[in-house]
Write a protein that binds this ligand. Structure first.
Ligand SMILES: [Zn+2]
Length: 224
């Protein structure tokens, strides 16, 4: 198994997308994006990297072959030579690895996806497809916007009780801990969860939609 989280360096995009922007939907030059995706594929040393058309939902697609861009927010596979990728700029990129059954997964956990339980549902899908056990799966949560910067409106705070912080009458959401706790409740072991403490909005090495609005996307990528 190999996995990585990219940052904004090492690609060919320019301006607001400098430089390793992996997203085609943000109005970057598509020649640059495709060159960046090729850089990523070479780095992962696989035949193909599969990306998703992410829509902040809870649909999970099992990938049997490359050459597709499914509309979903999580993917699972046991195919070798295919890397799965999740693109983000503040949302949490989550990677799953089941060594016993040689299976992997990725999930895109923003506020809406997290509320829908996309992370745990991806684990459920791996259990159903491959026999993955929560007590054995390894989970990697990449850089994402932290509670330090993730101010939200009260109208979208429903369901996040216990994960909201109030500072100067403003409401901040701790989305990482929300997802982390959901995995623990599902039976994932503390020592099997590797969660990044990097806040994408604080750290300009990463694309951040909250900080920049017009910006690129970095990615979490995993392959067997
Ligand atoms: Zn921050």
């Amino acid at each position: 198994m190999r996995y990585l989280f990219t940052n904004r360096f090492g690609g060919v995009s320019e301006g607001a997308f400098f430089s390793l922007n992996l997203a085609l939907h943000v109005n970057d030059n598509s020649l640059h994006v495709n060159a960046n995706r090729e850089i990523l594929r070479e780095k992962m040393d696989v035949d193909a990297v599969v990306f998703m058309e992410q829509v902040h939902g809870d649909k999970i697609v099992r990938i049997e072959e490359a050459g597709q861009t499914p509309t979903c927010d999580a993917m699972i596979t046991n195919q070798k030579e295919i890397a799965l990728s999740v693109m983000v700029a503040d949302c949490i990129p989550i990677l799953f690895y089941d060594a016993r059954h040689e299976a992997i997964g990725v999930a895109h956990a923003g506020r809406e996806g997290s509320r829908l339980g996309i992370g745990v549902k991806c684990l459920d899908a791996m259990e159903e497809a491959f026999g993955t056990r929560a007590s054995e799966v390894q989970i990697f949560m990449g850089p994402s916007i932290g509670a330090c910067c993730y101010e939200i409106g009260k109208e979208v705070s429903e369901g996040f009780d216990g994960f909201l912080h109030v500072k100067n009458k403003r409401l901040f959401l701790d989305l990482q801990t929300y997802n982390y706790k959901a995995f623990l409740e599902r039976g994932v072991l503390v020592e099997h969860i590797d969660a990044s403490s990097i806040c994408t909005c604080c750290d300009s090495d990463y694309f951040s939609y909250r900080r920049e609005k017009i910006t690129g996307r970095f990615a979490g990528v995993i392959c067997l």
